[in-house]
Design a protein around this ligand. Structure first.
Ligand code: PLP
Length: 368
């Protein structure tokens, strides 16, 4: 039964709130991809990739950038450039880099990860300073700090610029490299009304994902100084991320930057609307909405539905999993992020009407 909530095993749900990664390229985006001029990316001869890199540098205010197949690779290349085996990297406990990249920091860069318990993924300069170690050969050298904008798992939260400035200044004082996981940087840019370049200026390396809310099928761009990107190219190659006629996918990314940034505001409005519709339901606890994610918990779970099961398989299924399965049977997919906690993510392939229908289904299931 748990398979039902695993992507890949079933027909696509009618209303897919699993993640903003589920977006599919629009007809116009596909046309741009089909018609893209291409060349050998590794020789820097792909005109579409080169145009994408220029556009990314303009938007982020960086000297150089490179195109990658995924955001995970952008994070892992960055750690590899900034650190040596045995070094320590500091990040929030909920960071994607730490928990969702298959052990990459240990496997690919040989680094220790030290964690901070931030407030919804946002931590203070003081919390960072507490973790800094004195220079002594016993200790792993602290080399890098990672921030996530928006902070995904804690709620799609936005780091306030001022807090980011303080943390980055403290990191710079301590000689740490600053890395920004900007998978959803543009969600923060649109919601906070602060230009991407102002966030990016605080970091040595930043990246954005094209395959999340921006709606492209594949790709991420890693950006920074010319020197950083020159080193990053070595690991792009080493990790198998140097491509050939990748302009065909870069065209989707370019289209996304040209057409899909401002419209993220609609996703945020839809997320707030969804949360507001659930607010009146006693059986559901909705968390505050920051951008395009709505986290909600089953308030009465454990008292009825899930506690009854005596059969092993049934007992092992959490209330949130059971809820997600029931929702899927009604055509709506959520992701399960805790025993009683679920996540709905809005994106360009869900309409306001679908949001309303999804909320209706949640209420019926929760009350039923
Ligand atoms: C999705 C995500 C990543 C990884 O990006 P992929 O393109 O899926 O590899 C990294 N960090 C955060 C915060 C993410 O949400």
């Amino acid at each position: 039964m748990a398979r039902n909530n695993t992507p890949g095993n079933n027909p696509l749900p009618r209303i897919d709130l699993f993640s903003d990664t589920v977006t599919r390229p629009s007809a116009a985006m596909r046309r741009a991809m089909a018609e893209a001029e291409v060349g050998d990316e590794q020789k820097r001869e792909d005109p579409t990739v080169n145009a994408l890199v220029d556009k990314v540098c303009d938007l982020l205010g960086t000297e150089d950038a490179l195109f990658l197949p995924s955001g995970t690779m952008a994070n892992q290349i960055s750690l590899r450039v900034h650190c040596s085996p045995g070094d320590e990297v500091i990040m929030d406990r909920t960071a994607h880099v730490r928990g969702y990249e298959a052990g990459g920091p240990a496997a690919l860069s040989g680094v220790n990860v030290a964690t901070i318990d931030g407030e919804l993924g946002v931590f203070s300069a003081h919390q960072l300073r507490v973790l800094l170690r004195p220079k002594d050969y016993h200790f792993p050298p602290t080399r890098c700090v990672v921030l996530e904008q928006t902070a995904n798992l804690p709620g799609g939260t936005i780091w306030p610029l001022e807090t980011m400035e303080e943390v980055c200044a403290a990191a710079a004082d301590a000689g740490l490299a600053r890395h920004l996981d900007g998978a959803r940087l543009f969600n923060a840019v649109i919601e906070a009304g602060i230009g991407a370049e102002r966030y990016c200026a605080l970091f040595d390396s930043v990246w954005i994902d094209f395959s999340k809310g921006l709606g492209a099928p594949v790709g991420a761009a890693l950006a920074g100084s010319a020197e950083f990107i020159a080193r990053a190219w070595q690991f792009k190659h080493q990790f198998g991320g140097a491509m050939r006629q990748s302009g065909i996918i870069a065209a989707g990314a370019l289209y996304a930057l040209e057409h899909n940034i401002d419209r993220l505001a609609e996703d945020h409005a839809n997320a707030r609307h969804f949360a507001a519709l659930l607010a009146g339901c006693d059986a559901i606890q909705v968390e505050p909405v920051h951008t395009n994610m709505v986290f909600f918990s089953l308030a009465h779970a454990g008292e009825s539905r899930a506690s009854g099961g005596t059969e092993r398989g049934a007992a092992a299924e959490t209330p949130a999993q059971a809820f997600a399965t029931a929702a899927l049977a009604r055509g709506v997919r959520f992701s399960v992020v805790g025993p009683k906690r679920l996540r709905a993510v809005t994106h360009l392939d869900v309409t306001r009407a679908q949001i309303e229908e999804a909320a209706q289904i949640v209420k019926q299931l929760a009350d039923g």
